[in-house]
Design a protein around this ligand. Structure first.
Ligand code: PBG
Length: 328
C-alpha cells in the first residue's frame, strides 16, 4: 500500500521543479574577487587557478566593464605587491598612489556604479606573509589594528565603498569603525571576515599574491594563532557577534563548502547579511577534477554555489561568479 503523499509529484518536470524550488542563484548574489598587478597589458593566468588571472590596471578597467554588463555589481580587490615594497609593518599599504589605491580609482572610473570592496590585511604587503606585525615571533594584535584602521581610511579616501578586513585580529572592527567615523567616512561599510578558519584551502590564493607565510626561523609558519581552528563551531558565533557589536555591516564565513554548518548557525543567529567566501582551493579542486574528466564542471560548480546559498549565505564571493552568471 502506497501513501497518499507522493513526493515525486512535485519533481515530475522542469516547470514543476522550478515552481517548488526553495533556493536560486542570481547575479545579485555574487562578489567578484579580482587580483591586480603592476604593469601594462598584463593578464597572467594563476597556475593553481586555471582561467583566473592577475590584471594590470588597463585590463582591470576592461574586466570590470565586462562584469558590469553581465550584471555583476560588486568586486573585491586584492593586490600583488612587488617584493621590494614589502616590510614588516606593510607600510606600502598606506601609499596614496599605491596599487590598491589606483585600482580603486580605475574601477570607479570605468564603472562608476560598481560596488568596490577592498581587502584590508597586511599579508600581501608583509615580508613575512602574515596578516599582522610580527614581533618576537608573535603576531601583534593591537599595533596591527591601528595600522589596519589607517589602511581602511586610505581605501575609503581612494573611493572604496566597503572595506573587508580579512586578518582576524581581535577588536579590529571597532578600531577601524572608529577611525572611519573620526575621518568622516560614515558611509564606508565594513564587511568583516568574522569566522575565518585557518584553512588549507587558501593555497592557490597565496600563489596568486605570493603571500604565503615565509619559512624563516622564529617566524610562525602558519596563521593558527589568529585564524580559527576548523574544529570549532560555537566560537564562530562568538567571533561574529563580537564583530557585529563592533560595527560590522556584513559578516562572513570562510571557506565555504567545509563550513556550511557554520553558515547555517550564523544565518540563524544574526540579522545582518551573511557573506560566504568560496575560496581558491575550492575553485582549484573543481577545475582540476573537471580537467581530468572526473567531474562535470558546470554542474558541480552550480551545485556548490546553490548549497552555499541554501545554507544561509546572502551573498557569495566566488571565482566562479562569471562562469555561473553565464549559465543562469
Ligand atoms: C589574507 C587572505 C587570504 C584569503 C583572502 N584574504 C588568505 C589567507 O588568509 O592566508 C584567501 C582567499 C582564497 O583562498 O581564495 N588576508
Amino acid at each position: 500500500m502506497y501513501p497518499n503523499q507522493r513526493f515525486r509529484r512535485l519533481r515530475t518536470n522542469p516547470a514543476m521543479r522550478s515552481l517548488v524550488s526553495e533556493t536560486s542563484l542570481s547575479p545579485n548574489d555574487f562578489i567578484v574577487p579580482l587580483f591586480v598587478v603592476e604593469g601594462k597589458n598584463v593578464k597572467e593566468e594563476i597556475a593553481s587557478m586555471p582561467n583566473y588571472y592577475r590584471f594590470s590596471l588597463d585590463y582591470l578597467s576592461k574586466e570590470v566593464k565586462l562584469l558590469w554588463k553581465m550584471g555583476l555589481k560588486s568586486v573585491l580587490l586584492f593586490v600583488k605587491v612587488d617584493d621590494q615594497l614589502k616590510d614588516n609593518a606593510g607600510s606600502e599599504a598606506l601609499n596614496p598612489k599605491g596599487l590598491m589605491q589606483r585600482a580603486i580609482d580605475t574601477v570607479k572610473q570605468a564603472t562608476p556604479e560598481m560596488l568596490v570592496m577592498t581587502d584590508v590585511a597586511l599579508d600581501p604587503y608583509s615580508k613575512y606573509g602574515h596578516d599582522g606585525i610580527v614581533r618576537n615571533g608573535v603576531i601583534e594584535n593591537d599595533s596591527t589594528n591601528l595600522f589596519l584602521a589607517q589602511m581602511a581610511v586610505s581605501h575609503a579616501k581612494a573611493g572604496a565603498d566597503m572595506v573587508a578586513p580579512s586578518d582576524m585580529m581581535d577588536g579590529r572592527i571597532k578600531v577601524i569603525r572608529d577611525e572611519l567615523e573620526a575621518q568622516s567616512y560614515y558611509n564606508t561599510g565594513i564587511m568583516s571576515y568574522s569566522a575565518k578558519f585557518a584553512s588549507a584551502f587558501y593555497g592557490p590564493f597565496r600563489d596568486a599574491l605570493d603571500s604565503a607565510p615565509v619559512d624563516i626561523k622564529d617566524i610562525p609558519k602558519d596563521k593558527k594563532t589568529y585564524q580559527m581552528d576548523p574544529a570549532n563551531r560555537k566560537e564562530a558565533i562568538k567571533e561574529t557577534l563580537a564583530d557585529i557589536s563592533e560595527g560590522a555591516d556584513i559578516v562572513m564565513v570562510k571557506p565555504g563548502l567545509c563550513y556550511l554548518d557554520i553558515v547555517r548557525d550564523i544565518a540563524n543567529e544574526v540579522n545582518l547579511p551573511v557573506a560566504v567566501y568560496q575560496v581558491s582551493g575550492e575553485y582549484a579542486m573543481i577545475k582540476a577534477a573537471s580537467e581530468k574528466g572526473w567531474l562535470d564542471h558546470d554542474a558541480v560548480m552550480l551545485e556548490q554555489l546553490l548549497a552555499i546559498k541554501r545554507a544561509g549565505a546572502s551573498m557569495i564571493a566566488s571565482y566562479f561568479a562569471k562562469d555561473a552568471v553565464q549559465l543562469l
